[in-house]
Design a protein around this ligand. Structure first.
Ligand code: SAM
Length: 285
């Protein structure tokens, strides 16, 4: 196991200058575009100084901070470098060629952070009064997942549960689409069976969305119990097995020729409707 993958006792942080694409640490970082490498190392990449600051402020563990030479001396970059070193991480000062190749962009961000991935366990989730969670059945598209995590953050949702085979919340594309909300929104994953079993134990309602839903989404009581909004797969919608478990099958009435809404858009509509109900509760209206 090399230095980057070393998850043993914390080393004293250090700063290295790297200009070669052949450097083994750079190769390891570039490999994080593959899910297998992310899983094996338990790390992922986030681009941009703002994301790195947000992540560190929210208590995520940074393993490596990479910055381009052009960013050297900028006070916030220096602060993040100092925090990385203080927490035992590695700081790499690299050429623009190296940072372009890490992020696969011609105009790369000047700063990249490598963080430890973090999942919450489904069995630890006990939705409380006033909470809304989102469960996504087999979400495939990283852009959709990232947008949903970002929207869940903006709508004050408590977290996102990924059900079945899904795209990775820690892929570069998903993290980009979250605009940093990946650090603010807890994410769990579960099989459909685990989700069904979990659903039976806890005191909350599952409101599933379905094109053939029998209930107009605006008429649902989102305040009576905590709510888990269950959304279907982009291509095939919600399977019968999961739809059966729902306490309500909600439909968002549509006009025009579109046969459905985009998954992230439908999730946003549902989240903000639930939020509207909850806010009017807290305001006593
Ligand atoms: N062809 C799929 C189907 O038959 O369900 C379309 C799936 S749609 C792109 C993805 C998910 O967004 C759906 O499974 C559902 O959860 C939600 N959705 C999209 N439009 C909706 C609507 N008008 N009412 C309720 N849910 C909707």
């Amino acid at each position: 196991m090399n230095e980057f993958h070393d998850r043993g006792p914390r080393r004293v942080g250090q700063v290295k200058e790297v200009t070669s694409l052949a450097n083994p640490i750079i190769k390891d970082i570039k490999a994080l575009t593959n899910k297998k490498s992310r899983e094996e190392s338990g790390t992922f990449m986030a681009e941009g100084l703002k994301l790195v600051i947000d992540a560190i402020e929210l208590g995520w563990t940074i393993r490596t901070l990479v910055y381009a030479k052009a960013a050297k001396g900028k006070p916030l970059v220096e602060q993040m470098a100092a925090k990385t070193v203080a927490s035992g991480g590695l700081v790499l000062e690299v050429s623009e060629k190296v940072i372009s190749s890490i992020t696969r962009r011609d105009n790369p961000q000047m700063v990249v952070g490598i963080f430890e991935t973090r999942w919450i366990r489904l069995k630890d989730i006990r939705p409380k009064d006033g909470e809304t969670w989102v469960a996504l059945d087999r979400v495939r598209d990283p852009g959709n997942l990232g947008t949903i995590i970002r929207t869940a953050d903006a709508a004050g949702a408590s977290g996102v549960i990924l059900v079945g085979e899904t795209t990775d919340p820690f892929s570069l594309e998903t993290v980009r689409a979250t605009m940093g909300s990946v650090f603010a929104v807890p994410v769990a994953h579960a099989t459909a069976e685990e989700f069904t079993t979990w659903k039976k134990q806890a005191g909350f309602s599952v409101v599933a969305t379905h094109l053939a839903g029998s209930v107009d989404y605006r008429t649902i009581d989102y305040k009576k119990k905590p709510v888990v909004l269950l959304m279907g797969n982009e291509q095939s919608g919600l399977p019968e097995q999961l739809a059966r478990e729902a306490d309500a099958l909600a439909r968002i009435p549509q006009q025009g020729r579109a046969d459905s809404l985009n998954l992230a858009v439908a999730t946003a509509v549902m989240l903000f409707e639930a939020r509207r109900h909850l806010l009017s509760l807290s305001e006593g209206k």
